[in-house]
Design a protein around this ligand. Structure first.
Ligand code: ZN
Length: 148
């Protein structure tokens, strides 16, 4: 990757961490998941509203922590809103590969999430980038669990 490109990616990450999209809470009809990454001090509260038609109707988050964790959450909410759940889970897997696997080409479906590819060079930041996605996977699991 060229240095200028990497710099551009860093700017996008910084911009999202300063002005996160979909920042807030969904108070009704949403699954709420708290995730944290003690090794870095990142925290996120994710609210996901699943629609009756299997679509992710809405998602919002609040949180604090490093730029990578917050920008990843911000970009994730933009990416997953309105997507079918199955596609969202595939995206979560693809993103996990993106930030950990060596040499693999990033799937096109990830779009601008591919700018996190540089994280794989910094293994201690992988948990930062994955925090929001792990929270999403957990929210999806809770939605599927039988009602008590
Ligand atoms: Zn972090």
């Amino acid at each position: 990757m060229h240095d200028e490109l990497e710099e551009l990616y860093q700017q996008v990450i910084l911009e999202h961490s300063k002005r996160p999209r979909n920042f807030g809470e969904i108070t009704e009809g949403a699954v709420h998941v708290h995730g944290d990454n003690p090794s870095c001090g990142d925290e996120i509260d994710l609210h996901v509203k699943f629609g009756p038609d299997g679509l992710i109707e809405d998602l919002k988050f609040t949180g604090q922590g490093c730029a990578i964790s917050q920008a990843s959450a911000s970009l994730m909410t933009l990416k997953l809103k309105g997507k079918p759940r199955q596609e969202a889970l595939e995206m979560a897997r693809a993103f996990s590969n993106l930030v950990t696997a060596d040499g693999a080409d990033a799937p096109r479906m990830l779009g601008d999430l591919r700018l996190f590819q540089g994280v794989r060079k910094f293994p201690q930041r992988v948990k930062c980038a994955m925090l929001a996605w792990r929270a999403f996977e957990q929210a999806q699991g809770e939605e599927n669990a039988p009602q008590a």
